[in-house]
Write a protein that binds this ligand. Structure first.
Ligand SMILES: C[S@@+](CC[C@H](N)C(=O)[O-])C[C@H]1O[C@@H](n2cnc3c(N)ncnc32)[C@H](O)[C@@H]1O
Length: 278
């Protein structure tokens, strides 16, 4: 059977099967993510079997289940208990959540310095889009921003998004987290800045060069892209490769680029020129 034999119904069926599997059922992922991956592999001329195999591999990389997940229902209860004790207990709960993923755990010792480095360059934002956020919104108490900040957070993983909104409510903020595939449906809420932390290199693996159109589509004045300077084992320096990734994706757009680094996290500040948000 050639890949052309995959009808729209077959694509729906394949997506339903993968999303309903034990590995993904509890995550309530957007079906369009899986269908987009299937169509991408079909366009590459693969057989149905190869399409499914490649799609499963890519989905695994995107969701990164190997990074670990807490028990979301149990954590929601602990959050409510912490809320009854006060802000300090909530902040301790946040630290525990931030330590679930390597990407946010590595930032814990330098969180305040990290956000100061960003805000000293872009000013204090009144609104933020935290795209592909994972657990980063739990760092809000260390950002030095007022609770009135419109903090829009986006992730594919529904239980994660639900827990982020519970935290926002408990902490006295608007619950603006959304389950959304930001590559297929980029955010439409205008904001001062977008945080796109430690994910642009994975976006390139999902679809080479996709960052460019994604960054163009973001309705913000500045985009803060961060990338690891070293691989997870610390054995390979990746600075030149990461700089190339950012430069190639903004080439010819006339945007300004500034760069700094805090504790092995490269921070690229992209200034789109202020036109996007007018
Ligand atoms: C490596 S973690 C991101 C880390 C986080 N930004 C940080 O630095 O703390 C990747 C996260 O991005 C989410 N993600 C990946 N692709 C996405 C997409 N297209 N739309 C929304 N979320 C996405 C995953 O579900 C996962 O929670």
């Amino acid at each position: 059977m050639s890949s052309r034999a995959l009808s729209a119904d077959d694509i729906e069926e394949m997506a339903r099967r993968v999303l309903g599997s034990r590995k993904y059922a509890s995550m309530n992922l957007p079906p369009e993510t899986v269908k987009d991956l299937i169509r991408q592999e079909i366009a590459a001329g693969k057989s149905p079997k190869e399409v499914e195999k490649a799609m499963r591999e890519k989905l695994h990389q995107i969701i990164a289940p190997y990074l670990g997940d807490p028990d979301y229902a149990a954590e929601e209860e602990l959050l409510l208990k912490a809320a009854a004790e006060g802000d300090e207990a909530v902040r301790n709960w946040c630290l525990r959540m931030l330590s679930v993923h390597t990407s946010s755990r590595e930032r814990i010792p330098h969180m305040e310095e990290f956000y100061q480095a960003i805000f000293s360059r872009i000013g204090t934002p009144e609104s933020v889009l935290d795209v592909a956020c994972a657990f980063n919104p739990f760092a809000f108490p260390w950002m030095g921003l007022p609770k009135s900040t419109a903090y829009h957070a986006y992730d594919l993983h529904a239980p994660r998004v639900h827990l982020i909104n519970s935290f926002f409510k408990v902490y006295g903020m608007e619950p603006l987290a959304e389950t959304r595939d930001i590559l297929i449906n980029p955010p439409d809420s205008k904001a001062d800045t977008a945080f796109f932390f430690k994910e642009a290199h994975r976006f390139e693996s999902r679809k080479k060069g996709c960052n460019r159109n994604f960054w163009i589509s973001l309705p913000v004045k500045t985009i803060v892209v961060t990338l690891p300077a070293e691989n997870l084992t610390g054995q390979h320096q990746m600075r030149d490769r990461q700089r190339d990734l950012v430069r190639k994706n903004i080439e010819g757009l006339g945007w300004e680029l500034d760069e700094t680094e805090i504790a092995g996290e490269m921070i690229f500040i992209i200034n789109k020129g202020g036109r996007e948000n007018e």
